[in-house]
Design a protein around this ligand. Structure first.
Ligand SMILES: [Zn+2]
Length: 487
């Protein structure tokens, strides 16, 4: 048995003003055997697919795989290029494959396409014929359209956010594909959409009541005939028609069972929709800093200030507050600002430098903060991810500088890498508990490391492009009846 492995994934924030060009996808692209060399053994979808294929003695072929970090809408040219390359690589393989395993995100959007995943699979089907089985391994934050199911054989998504089960999801997809090709099962998929949009900050799967919904999905998976169930929580920051939660059930040759499972879980989700919005956890910048100062007085671990609404890794709302406060020993890891990084690198390690940092990506990002401090590190930085989320995957920060300005230590980076574990400290000879407070921008993934590393996690609601209050976003494409945007 031979299977081909590829990936084309991006979480697209359609509200962001800057387009994501093809070079962002190329920066993250792997081709042919490099997919196995780089991703084998990593906690990624492809890593899991490779692992399962090796275990199940399926031969594998690498196609093209790219999954750059979240950013603004990407160009139609990028969509066309990776689709054409995937088709071309499949057609020109030395030996034909029996099935296709793909990692797609589910919340992609291009300049003109609101549902690129459905288009992508439809185009593959048209080019490759009706018989080639296609299995998808997808992100829990996908905004899925029922049309996606028209051309896929089976579909699995993450069960966890933080996504600590990317590899397990790739394994599930590959295992079901192998069993299908052996004639042991005949998967059929069904989808239900309860009409709920959930801000990413409320998609942490271990927090009740979302954890109850997840538990119910796992219970359904133990029922005879049910092969796989995914609660896709959806992605609120894409203004697209298929926005929102989608429940996908895969059953063995029983479409009615698959639909019954999806409908049952959608009904449960609808009942808990108000409780899924945990508004009581949201704090203003000033309140969060005051509360952090209180906690820090008697804490042995740092307090996380979660500037979750930042969608471009450069918001400065909390940084402005911390500079004004001055008394808290604060870390601001991985602020995206290539220009400030270059200026600090030019100043050199050990030297003083005055910088205007961050706040530039949009008129909601808070504006730059002027800081004068000492450069502690300057230069390019790459390493292997040591945290639970995407464990073992390569990280490239590009040109990077660590600057200490009074009580605030800031690392400036040139790629859209997000601080989610202790690497942003360990890589520079520091530790998380060197600080009173740490500003993070991750939505849920940081929890895999910081529920242990942090004394407390305080969620800061700022005016940026990823707020918990969705009424602040200019949606135009959401159909009627989707809570809370159009209902
Ligand atoms: Zn996700």
């Amino acid at each position: 048995m031979r299977l081909a492995i590829g990936g084309f994934a991006h979480e697209t924030v359609t509200f962001l003003p800057e387009t994501t060009e093809i070079d962002a996808f190329e920066h993250a692209a792997l081709r042919g055997d490099d997919i196995f060399t780089v991703l084998s053994g990593t906690n990624t979808d492809a890593g899991g697919m490779i692992n399962a294929c090796v275990q199940l003695r399926a031969d594998i072929e690498g196609l093209v795989h790219t999954a750059p970090p979240p950013s603004g809408p990407f160009s139609d040219a990028a969509f066309d290029a990776y689709l054409a390359e995937t088709i071309d690589r499949i057609r020109t393989l030395d030996e034909p494959v029996d099935g296709l395993l793909l990692h797609l995100h589910g919340a992609m959007a291009t300049d003109s396409r609101q549902d690129p995943e459905t288009d992508y699979v439809r185009e593959l089907r048209t080019a490759l014929g009706p018989d080639l089985p296609i299995g998808l391994s997808m992100d829990l934050h996908g905004n899925l359209s029922p049309n996606l199911l028209d051309n896929v054989t089976l579909l699995c998504g993450y069960h966890e956010s933080p996504h600590i089960d990317m590899d397990r999801t790739g394994e599930r997809t590959a295992e079901l594909m192998v069993r299908t090709l052996r004639g042991e099962i005949a998967p059929v998929c069904a989808m239900a959409k309860p009409g709920i949009v959930l801000p990413s900050i409320f998609t942490a799967t271990r927090l009740a009541p979302l954890s109850d919904l997840m538990a119910k999905a796992r219970a359904w998976e133990r029922e005879p005939g049910v092969l796989d169930v995914t609660i896709f929580t959806g992605f609120a920051y894409a203004d697209v028609a298929p926005i929102g939660m989608s429940i996908v059930a895969v059953a063995d040759n029983d479409p009615a069972l698959a639909q019954r499972v999806a409908d049952d879980l959608a009904k449960t989700a609808l009942h808990m929709r108000d409780q899924l919005y945990k508004r009581e956890l949201l704090l203003s910048v000033d309140d969060a800093i005051a509360k952090a100062a209180d906690i820090a007085r008697n804490a042995s671990k740092p307090v996380v200030l979660l500037e979750h609404a930042d969608r471009n890794n450069d918001s400065t709302h909390t940084l402005h507050g911390l500079v004004a406060n001055g008394s808290l020993k604060a870390a601001v890891p991985y602020l995206y600002d290539p220009e400030a990084a270059r200026t600090a690198i030019a100043a050199g390690v050990g030297n003083r430098v005055t910088l205007k940092v961050g706040g530039n990506s949009s008129d909601r990002a808070g504006g730059p903060v002027e800081m004068t401090g000492t450069v502690r590190f300057a230069g390019p930085k790459t390493y292997t991810n040591s945290g639970p989320f995407r464990h073992g995957a390569p990280v490239d920060l590009g040109d990077c500088a660590l600057v200490e300005a009074g009580n605030v230590t800031i690392s400036l980076i040139s790629t859209l890498e997000m601080a989610m574990n202790e690497d942003p400290f360990l890589q520079f000879g520091q530790r998380a508990d060197d600080f009173d407070v740490i500003v993070l921008r991750s939505k849920t993934h940081f929890r895999a490391a910081y529920e242990d590393l942090a004394e407390e996690i305080l969620i800061v609601e700022t005016p940026d492009w990823g707020p918990a209050d969705l009424s602040r976003l200019p949606y135009r494409n959401v159909p009627p009846g989707v809570f809370p945007v159009t209902e």
